[in-house]
Design a protein around this ligand. Structure first.
Ligand code: SF4
Ligand code: SF4
Ligand code: FES
Length: 225
């Protein structure tokens, strides 16, 4: 494959034809935050957190799905890029549940790590939050969609890696949601011994159910005389 030379943050670097800006940046030790991207999945450009500035382009471009072209001049951490990433993240956090301190995903949460890197604290925006009941019927996967950031990685991971199609997109705009069948709670036997979607969820929206249910724990605490 042909070699393509581009300039990233003032330094000339090369990649193979067809590589994305993100791939070339990563190959050269430049860290660009991502939420919906995974090297194992087809890039869909859902979250926009990976935006970069490209000279001559009217708008910022998503680095995870934009291929490099010869002579491209790219800035991955310009003031405009950093400010835009912060706003994108603040908007996500503004509609997020706000229970990060007690979340099971804790320090494994990608969004929390990106917020720390970008020094984003409490969002400036006041948005309506989406609240959904926790789905804990399935013995294999627990869903708490109040923590979902609509990155669609679970849909892709289930389809492309687990080779199942348990999830799909449902509703529109503010009400957009990852749905199972006709928006039923997740409870599928195909999830036994899988858990692929849990591994790809960048927040605490998908987790393994706790070993003991609240009910069982409660029973074990009953003291009989
Ligand atoms: S556990 Fe596996 S089969 Fe079940 S929804 Fe997740 S990825 Fe799909
Ligand atoms: S449940 Fe997780 S992986 Fe699926 S869309 Fe929401 S945040 Fe992304
Ligand atoms: S990581 Fe590139 S658009 Fe989400």
């Amino acid at each position: 494959m042909r070699e393509v030379t581009v300039t990233i943050n003032g330094a000339q670097v090369s990649g193979r034809e067809g590589m994305t800006i993100l791939e070339v940046a990563q190959q050269n030790g430049i860290d660009i935050p991502t939420l919906c991207y995974s090297p194992d999945l087809r890039p869909i450009g859902a979250c926009r957190i990976c935006v970069v500035e490209v000279e001559g382009s009217r708008t910022l471009v998503g680095s995870c799905h934009t291929p490099i072209t010869p002579g491209m001049v790219i800035y991955t951490h310009s003031p405009k890029v950093l400010e835009t990433r912060k706003v994108i993240l603040e908007l996500l956090l503004a509609s997020h549940c706000g229970s990060c301190i007690i979340c099971d995903k804790a320090n494994l949460c990608n969004m929390r790590a990106i917020a720390a890197d970008l020094e984003v604290g409490l969002p400036r925006f006041h948005l309506r939050k989406r609240y959904y009941p926790i789905e804990d019927i399935s013995p294999y996967v627990q869903r708490d969609l109040t923590k979902c950031v609509l990155c669609w990685r679970c849909i892709q991971a289930c389809s492309e890696i687990a080779k199942q199609n348990v999830f799909s997109t449902g509703y529109r705009s503010f009400n957009s949601k990852v749905v199972v069948d006709c928006d039923e709670p997740l409870n599928k036997e195909v999830c036994r011994d899988c858990g692929v979607c849990i591994a790809y969820c960048p927040t605490g929206a998908l987790t393994k159910p706790r070993k003991l249910s609240e009910e069982k724990q409660g029973k074990s605490l009953v003291i009989t005389s």
